[in-house]
Design a protein around this ligand. Sequence first.
Ligand code: GLV
Ligand code: MN
Ligand code: MN
Length: 414
Amino acid sequence: MNPLVVDTNRLQRELDDLALITESEPPVVTRVLFSESDLRGRAFVKSLCRQAGLVLREDAVGNIFARWEGTDKNLPAVATGSHIDAIPNAGKYDGVVGVLGALEAIRALRAASFQPKRSIELIVFTSEEPTRFGIGCLGSRLLGGVLSLERAAALRDRDGKDLEFWRAEGGCTGSLDSVKLPKDCYAAFVELHIEQGPILEAENLDIGVVEKIAAPSTLRLQLTGVGGHAGATLMPGRRDALLAGAEIALAVEQAATTTGSPDTVGTTGVFRIEPGAVNSVPCRAWLEIDLRDTLVKSRDAALVQIEAAVKEICTRRKIEFTMERLNVDPPAICDAKVVATAEGVAKKLGYSVKRMVSRAYHDSLFMAQVCPTTMIFIPCYQGYSHRPDEFSSPEQIEKGVRVLAETFAELANR
Ligand code: GLV
Ligand code: MN
Ligand code: MN
């Protein structure tokens, strides 16, 4: 193989161009699953993949596979990828660095006349973010066979629209049961991602190699109280759905801060009320609660505590409620050999490297159930993520792309 040339200017241009495809006013990035901007973003990435000479396939839930055929078609491929959907009020690097950066890694390998024995596949996962349906990693869950078709069919967005509706909007065809990947279809999966935490930057490190991904869970609640005139309904006997929700949000904080594990984090990230009029008692509230830990035991203890608090608060306040566990996932343990490969490559390139835990979840959480997996992290400014001022420098991204490319050069010929 010739020396690897990463075209950082091209990559930065593409990152900038994709960031302009957004439902919000730039620099804010919002691309919710199969919205008009998500579809335009997907078209943009597919066109770049085609220009790079990759062969495209899309599955029934819209996962995109862009393949560079290896010389031995009988060997399982090696895969990389991430997501381009973005939560409301996001930045331009989360997920996107793992898609456009991986594409740049592939282009650099091709330009260096590298000949992969195994095919190399770039996957753009559908809806890593939970914005549409409340559940994250929709595409990779279905690839891993972790989400049953019944549960997938039952998913609803806040307007009551189901996955079938959105699949049609996204132009997806075929039956969902065709999405699950066969065993042994990939020899390895490596995802490049910004750290989304402050450690690499604080320790002045170039690269993180992920050994474990924290266990996420999500609760969705609907609270129904009794509305009425804000002036005429006296305080005794009110059944205010917002106040029950407010107590629940505090109970989430209480549960997350008392498990004894510093890694328990609990967030009530969705809290909507009806009717949303200043002179009307809130009669309905919708909450979505995100709860995670690297230790399942602590996460589960907090989950049970929150569910008990919901029952107690709603009973005391005479609020009817429905509560659903949207997902309760185990952590992912990354593959020791693939971790060692990525770490060895980073060291060989002269980069400082640290093994770490991912507190954010990623499609790798579910790809780890399909094949040996790890993630390559690069630093981001102050650890900011899921906000518009998320930032990784061109130099930091280039190092991540190099580590990914060289890791693939090893894995694809192993
Ligand atoms: C992924 O976006 C996460 O919330 O960890
Ligand atoms: Mn994200
Ligand atoms: Mn992400």
